[in-house]
Ligand binder design. Structure first.
Ligand code: SAM
Length: 223
């Protein structure tokens, strides 16, 4: 059992630490890459599975991993309760490997557990495992000189520099990037986080104009 993060302990009980409400960003991903039986999703750092299970309920073929055994146990239990199947297993964002490819790869609240020396290989891996025209969603906590470290910050978590995440996706088509500061009450003490988010699409080859000048969208890519 992993003792590297507090989550193993936090996920022990029957209650779902993060609740059961799926992340808002999933609707955006669903619009950008609508589900079908052959569309594959990878959730990196799935926690107790609320997002992974929601994606399976929406018709995707879902794979998910997390460092915690309790998180994976509860992910599988939630999938069973909702009558969907998910491939869920314990793995480490720093060392995971797969020969498979996915249409949507996302990771929320987890990339800060990447060790500095693994950052480049992680993003190279994301490129390799994302199918052509596939979508990647990543968010990460970033440091600001005017914000204190959150009270429940884990020793193994590392704040990123503002904008650093975006530099790894210079060759991708950016669908959305943003940086927001929001208030949080995790750990029972109100505090602020600053978070950078990117949603981007893996475009290979060159995009040709269709000549009718009606804007640039996934629909009028010509590969
Ligand atoms: C803030 S939680 C987010 C969980 C989930 N994505 C969600 O939104 O509900 C961070 C997650 O990262 C996981 N985690 C921490 N270190 C990890 C690592 N090295 N590899 C994979 N997952 C890790 C924790 O167990 C925890 O579930």
């Amino acid at each position: 059992m992993s003792t590297r993060t507090n989550y193993e302990k936090w996920y022990e009980g029957d209650a779902y630490y993060w609740g059961l409400e799926p992340g808002d960003f999933l609707e955006e991903l669903i619009k950008l890459c609508p589900p079908s039986a052959d569309k594959r999703v990878l959730d990196i750092g799935c926690g107790e599975g609320k997002d992974a299970v929601y994606m399976a309920q929406n018709g995707y073929d879902v794979t998910a991993f997390d460092l915690t055994e309790n998180g994976i146990r509860k992910t599988i239990a939630l999938a069973e309760k909702r009558n969907v199947y998910i491939r869920a297993y314990v793995d480490d964002i720093n060392t995971f490997s797969t020969d498979e490819q996915f249409d949507i790869v996302y990771s929320t609240g987890t990339v800060q557990y990447l060790f500095e020396e693994n950052k480049k290989s992680f993003f190279d891996k994301l490129d390799k495992i994302t199918r052509k025209n596939g979508i990647v969603y990543i968010n990460v906590f970033v440091e600001k000189p005017f914000l204190d470290l959150p009270p429940d910050w884990d020793m193994e978590e590392k704040m990123w520099k503002s904008g650093e995440l975006f530099t790894y996706f210079a060759d991708w088509k950016v669908e959305r990037i943003d940086e927001v500061i929001f208030e949080d009450n995790s750990g029972g003490v109100p505090h602020y986080h600053c978070m950078d988010t990117i949603i981007c699409r893996k475009v290979t080859g060159s995009i040709k104009s269709n000549g009718n000048g009606n804007g640039f969208s996934a629909k009028n890519y010509v590969f």
